[in-house]
Design a protein around this ligand. Structure first.
Ligand SMILES: Cc1cc2nc3c(=O)[nH]c(=O)nc-3n(C[C@H](O)[C@H](O)[C@H](O)COP(=O)(O)OP(=O)(O)OC[C@H]3O[C@@H](n4cnc5c(N)ncnc54)[C@H](O)[C@@H]3O)c2cc1C
Length: 390
């Protein structure tokens, strides 16, 4: 049976999350610790403690690690409410990249790795990064991976350069993708490694200046300079990094959709209020068809995006990988929500591009959503190939 009803207990929890975000988190949106390079670690920790006090921290984590083991559909409902403020997911420890990294580690890490690298992230005490993208190698096409790992039977030595690595500065749990060279001990090819951010071979060259500022510590350029890791640093099986990246990406790209849906709703609520109260040419601007149609287009897009997300979640909750459907969702939702944010700026008139409202920040932060976890064109490339295969 297909059922769109949200169970009463989930609806109550959604409302509690929304209230928490509005009452406790939104006031921090003007905190100076929300910098051009994202929230500082100090701000993050303060927000995390607020969520912990409300028992809203890392609710998606497996029950064995202290979470509630939310289904994908439950995540969709809760993350949408959390996304009302871009700081909501930071507080509740369900923001990228930690949320996707926790998911991956809960599936692939061995028990020792879980204790050392995953448990402190779930507890909100440390952050994590996923280091894949490279200036001259992996990007849309991760098979171009150029960071190299050499194994001598005892230790791995990793050399290479990455960029756009979210949260690099200050993160302790590092998931690193490197190409393992042929060796007599392990299969070669793209491989994942776990490392402590304090390792001397991990060099943060700089934090990039980007147009978004919703991710803790921004995005780093990183060099692995003879990074030496023991055999236990191997995450999962050697040579399987691209498979694990897919395991991480299908749900992770959906959770981006859920959080940004909440942010787009917030922008719409501000635009609606403005359209009701601001007058021009003898009436509220919302009574001019040009404005009411923009708000209607937003309403239609928000509804379509929600249904698209829920469908992919439903498939995954029923044991499907839903790679195709999550590609459809990511490309559709990122494009549509960005148009929603743009129309909200337009409805607000000149103040739309100022920080008089949070719409301007949502607009800038959301732009990157069309690029990360697969640019729209790359998802369409994959969808198109599947369509042609029949
Ligand atoms: C805010 C932000 C945070 C990020 N965080 C991380 C992170 O934490 N860790 C990490 O490893 N990476 C991260 N990334 C990198 C992100 O994953 C890459 O930007 C993305 O995979 C695209 O790779 P690229 O930037 O190298 O673009 P390129 O691969 O250079 O592609 C450029 C453009 O070419 C087009 N294109 C490419 N392939 C095709 C195709 N087959 N068909 C049609 N058009 C195509 C697309 O329009 C694409 O936007 C982040 C990026 C951003 C913007």
């Amino acid at each position: 049976m297909i059922d769109f009803a949200i169970p009463a207990d989930l609806a109550a929890e959604r409302d509690r999350v929304r209230r928490f975000v509005i009452d406790k988190i939104v006031p921090y949106e003007r905190d100076p610790r929300l910098t051009a390079h994202g929230p500082t670690d100090e701000l993050r920790q303060e927000l995390v403690e607020l969520a912990r006090a409300e028992k809203l921290l890392t609710v998606q984590a497996p029950e064995s690690l202290g979470g509630r083991g939310l289904t994908h559909i439950e995540q969709a409902v809760i993350y949408e409410a959390a996304g009302w403020s871009t700081l909501g997911p930071v507080a509740m420890n369900c923001a990228a990249p930690d949320e996707g990294n926790m998911f991956l580690l809960s599936k692939v890490a061995d028990p020792d790795q879980v204790q050392r690298f995953l448990a402190p992230v779930v507890a909100g005490h440390q952050r994590s990064v996923f280091a894949m993208t490279e200036p001259d190698g992996a990007g849309s096409d991760p098979a171009q991976l150029s960071t190299a790992a050499i194994f001598d039977g005892e230790n791995f030595t990793i050399n290479g350069r990455k960029w756009l690595i979210t949260g690099a500065n200050g993160a302790k749990t590092w998931i690193i993708m490197a190409r393992l060279a042929a060796n007599p001990h392990l299969p070669e090819g793209p491989t994942l490694f776990l490392a402590d951010g304090d390792e001397p071979g991990i060099v943060i060259e700089r934090t990039m200046n980007t147009m978004d500022r919703n991710y803790v510590a921004g995005h780093g350029v990183v060099r692995f300079d003879n990074l030496v890791l023991p055999r236990e640093a191997l995450l999962g099986e050697a040579g399987q990094a691209l498979r694990y990246a897919q395991l991480r990406l299908a749900p992770a790209r959906l959770t981006h959709c859920m959080r940004w849906l909440g942010a787009a709703e917030r922008a719409q609520s501000i635009a609606v209020e403005h359209a009701r109260t601001r007058t021009a040419f003898g009436k509220p601007i919302g009574e001019h068809e040009g404005v009411s149609f923009m708000l209607a287009d937003n309403e239609i897009a928000l509804h379509q995006c929600r249904l698209t997300i829920w469908h992919a979640c439903w498939l995954m909750d029923n044991g499907e990988k839903a790679r195709h459907e999550s590609s459809i969702a990511k490309s559709f939702v990122s494009e549509e929500l960005f148009k929603v944010a743009d129309r909200c700026v337009q409805v607000l008139g000149g103040i739309g591009i100022s920080d008089e409202t949070v719409v301007e920040m949502i607009f800038r932060d959301m732009r990157a959503f069309r690029l990360y976890d697969g640019p729209t064109e790359v998802h369409k490339y994959a969808i198109g190939r599947k369509v042609l295969r029949g």
